[in-house]
Every structure is written in structure tokens, then in C-alpha cells.
Design a protein around this ligand. Sequence first.
Ligand code: HEC
Ligand code: HEC
Length: 261
Amino acid sequence: MRANKATRREFLVGLGGAALGIGLSGVTGLLTAHSQEKPGTPELPWPYAKLDPVAAAERAYEAYYKGGCMFGVFEGIVGELRAKVGAPYTALPTQFAIYGKAGVAGWGTLCGALNGAAAAVYLVVPPKDGDLIIDEIYTWYGQTGLPDYKPKSPKFQIAPSVSGSPLCHVSVTRWCEATGFKALSPERAERCGWLTASVAKYTVEQLNKYADKAFAVAHPIPKEVTTCLACHGKGGVKENVHMSKAVSCTQCHFSLGTKHP
Ligand code: HEC
Ligand code: HEC
């Protein structure tokens, strides 16, 4: 702590010196010294230890009521790793993930549970394989009746629904249509708590399989979507869509023009 403070003071003095025209090389030297003294954070991916999916789900459900859906999933998984592995997870302030609540600070875009899952995956799996695991989680989420995990001490009984989409808005509103509850009701909040637990559990199951070198895609991108993207995606005759994956295109584009090829 003390050493850090001293370094910081020297660094600031160094910048002042540069402003007075003492010269660039001195500043570069100080910057190098400064970065070398920074306490080390290991490079990604961080070590993963196989977790109990139910323990992660329960931790996620509890965290949901403290910081929302993204925090719930992220803390559900990283909290288990913190308990099992220790450093470097002990140094990670998972509270940053609160931003993802209700589709990013209430914007209804990406479901926060999915956002938290992807962040956790990228912490422990290299990007190329991480993307495959994210694909599996997102497609499963879109195609499965969720929530499918019931916490040990639930506040209400919750029925599942299929969202067809990774979006918070679609996921919540379809559940409201299916069950008759309002979008800002305590039942809907509880539903998202169960969903947070469900996503944490499924994510840990995928990460455990990956750790065992047994990960396999169970929910491929639907053919309907890959058909659309053959023309609208990379290299297609009408390359104007910047997404290479979806659960459904026709959920939004339900009436194409009569002249559409
Ligand atoms: C064989 C290639 C091809 C496939 C497959 C294809 N499209 Fe298209 N799409 C086009 C072309 C070319 C246009 C532009 C047509 C035009 O300008 O009249 C277009 C236009 C569109 C438009 C805007 C015009 C409209 O009709 O609403 C939408 C939306 C669209 N496509 C969505 C989709 C979706 C969703 C799918 C999959 C269900 C799909 N497309 C599959 C080639 C394709
Ligand atoms: C969440 C809803 C949603 C989903 C899912 C979605 N789109 Fe769209 N898409 C839109 C919206 C909104 C626009 C903008 C429409 C506009 O400007 O009229 C758009 C625009 C388009 C256009 C241009 C339309 C035009 O008038 O030229 C195409 C082509 C298109 N989307 C294809 C796709 C394909 C292919 C997929 C699946 C991979 C897809 N979209 C998934 C909502 C969606």
C-alpha cells in the first residue's frame, strides 16, 4: 500500500517534470517502472475448478435479490470459484455486474442472466471455445421452457415459458403473456430470480463438461436462422445483418414482403 502511494507520487512528479520540459525519456522510464510495480493479475483464462451446479444456482438466486440478474449469475459462479479456488477470484469485485440488470440498467436488451453467464465463461475459457459455450447457453435459453430450476426456499410457485430470444424484453413479456402476471409484479421478479438460478446452473454444467473435455453442442443454431443468414450474413447476396447467430429471425420479421426471395 505504502509502496504504491510512493510510486504514484513519483509518477505524478514525473509528469510535472515532462510539462516543464525535462524530457520524454524520463517519463517513459517512470511509466515502465510504474507498470512493473503493479501487483500482478494473472492472464485469462483463470483457473477453473469443477463446481456444484446446484450450489451455484442457490448462490445465484440469493445474489439476484441483492444485485439483479447479471450480478446473480456472475456472482453465483464466481462466488463459488472464490470459495473453492481463492485467488485471483478473491480480488474480483463482482458488483460491477449489477449494471446488467433488466437488460442493461433497465434497457430490456440482453437478458442479464445471459450477460452474466457470458462474462463468467470468458473469465475461465479462451474466447474461441468460450463462444461455443455461449452459443449453447443462449440457444438453450431461447428454446427451453424456463425457469427450470426451483430454488430451495422460493417466495412463489413459478410456471415456465419459452422466450425464443435472448432479449430481456421478449423473455419477460412472453412470460407475462403465458402466466398473466404483470411485468413489475413480485411474481415476475421471483421468476427472474429462478431464471437467474437456472442460467447459473446450466452454465456451470457446460463449464464442468468443458473441464472434462466433454463439452458438446446440444442446441445448435436453428436452420431457419442459418438459412436467412446465408443471404443476409457474411458473404451473402444481401449482406446487411451484423449477427451470425440468433434463436429466431421470424419472431420479429414475421411478414416478409411478397417480393422477398
Ligand atoms: C436467397 C437469399 C435470401 C434469403 C434466404 C433470405 N433473404 Fe431476406 N432478402 C434477400 C434480398 C436479396 C433482399 C432484398 C430484397 C429487395 O431489396 O427487394 C431481402 C430483404 C429482406 C428484408 C427486407 C424486405 C422485406 O421483405 O421485408 C427482410 C426483413 C429480410 N430480407 C429478412 C429475411 C429473413 C428473416 C430471412 C429468413 C427467414 C431471409 N430474409 C432470408 C435475400 C434473402
Ligand atoms: C428482436 C427483433 C429482431 C430480430 C430477432 C431480428 N431482427 Fe432484423 N430487424 C429488426 C428491426 C427492428 C429492424 C429495422 C427495421 C426497419 O428499419 O424497418 C430489422 C432490420 C432487418 C433487415 C433490413 C430490413 C429492411 O427493411 O431492409 C433485415 C434484412 C433483417 N433485419 C434481417 C434479419 C435476420 C436475417 C435476422 C435473424 C438472423 C433478424 N433480422 C433478426 C428486428 C429484428
